[in-house]
Write a protein that binds this ligand. Structure first.
Ligand code: C2E
Ligand code: CA
Ligand code: CA
Ligand code: CA
Length: 279
């Protein structure tokens, strides 16, 4: 019902609108979120499974809207990706994480690495490398202290292009991790060509690790695959002592999850680092 002449009846599907409206509202509100300073980052500590010490952290974006309240990333990140808003937001996330790293350094607490999530759209943009290196010099950061997490499915969209981009990022010295590993079907042949440092086992395989034999087998094979390629392995979503012991016993290098700590505010993370509290 596109024509709205005299005799044409204009359809208005209230049902469809009811579903579209919140999505559109979210996009409109998200468009202003950066300038309204509604976004902030929380940091989830990662722990070295061998030493028990904090080995780094992952920056995770949060959005607090005046009326909508907290909007979970699972809701706004997809909207940001579909609308292209992930570009300004991703740039804001990178800059905020770098500014935070500088603040921690100035306060005398050094975090071994801070990982930032890079979305598919952001990753395939040519200016990412220039952006990252400009931020590293502006905040006088050691490139090795910044890690970029890129999901396996992002990399598998166009592996050749991804490899080229990763080489350029490695050339400036940042570390790279494949995020959500196990969900994107990369072949061993492709995987070994990715110039990466870490594999992160997706939470989907960690949750039932101690009760589901096939999840356990997947985790064990990801760990040995990673080690055969000289990569370090991080398990995400570790919530129990049982999962922790299993992973440590199989030689997993690093863990992240509620069992150690949820994502926390920067001051709390600085306290954690300063206090030397580990696993
Ligand atoms: P992700 O990159 O896989 O991040 C890990 C998610 O697991 C985070 O959810 C974290 O809070 C959650 N998590 C950590 N430990 C546990 C645990 O023990 N149990 C459970 N159940 N969950 C745990 P969060 O913060 O809600 O973020 C969800 C997703 O949104 C992230 O998944 C990432 O894909 C995306 N995201 C968050 N921040 C950013 C960002 O700055 N940029 C981009 N591009 N994506 C982001
Ligand atoms: Ca991640
Ligand atoms: Ca992940
Ligand atoms: Ca995940």
């Amino acid at each position: 019902a596109k024509e709205t002449g005299r005799d044409t009846f204009c359809f208005y599907d209230a049902n469809m609108n009811a579903r579209a409206a919140p999505r559109l509202r979210l996009e409109l509100e998200l468009r202003r979120a950066v300038e309204r300073q509604e976004l902030y980052l929380v940091y989830q500590p990662k722990a070295d499974l061998l030493t028990g010490e904090v080995s780094g952290c992952e920056a995770l974006c949060r959005w607090r809207h005046a009326e909508l309240g907290m909007v979970p990333p699972g809701e706004f990140i997809p909207v940001a990706e579909e609308s292209g808003l992930i570009l300004p937001i991703g740039r804001w996330v990178l800059e905020s994480a770098c500014a935070q790293m500088r603040e921690w350094l100035d306060a005398g607490v050094a975090c071994p690495h801070v990982a930032v999530n890079v979305s598919p759209l952001q990753f395939l943009r040519d200016d990412l490398v220039a952006d990252v290196s400009a931020l590293l010099s502006r905040y006088r950061l050691d490139a090795g202290a910044l890690m970029l997490e890129i999901t396996e499915s992002t990399l598998m969209r166009d592996p050749e292009r991804a490899i080229a981009m990763m080489r350029r990022l490695k050339a400036i010295g940042v570390r790279l991790a494949i995020d959500d590993f196990g969900t994107g079907y990369s072949s061993l042949g492709t995987l070994k060509r990715f110039p990466i440092d870490y594999l992160k086992i997706d939470r989907a395989f960690v949750t039932d690790l101690t009760t589901n034999a096939s999840d356990a087998a997947i985790a064990v094979s990801v760990i040995s695959l990673a080690h055969s390629l000289n990569l370090r392995v991080t398990a995400e979503g570790v919530e129990t002592e049982g999962q922790l012991l299993f992973l440590r016993g199989r030689g997993c290098d690093e863990m992240q999850g509620y069992h150690f700590s949820p994502p926390i505010m920067p001051a709390a993370f600085a306290d954690l680092l300063a206090g030397g509290r580990g696993l």
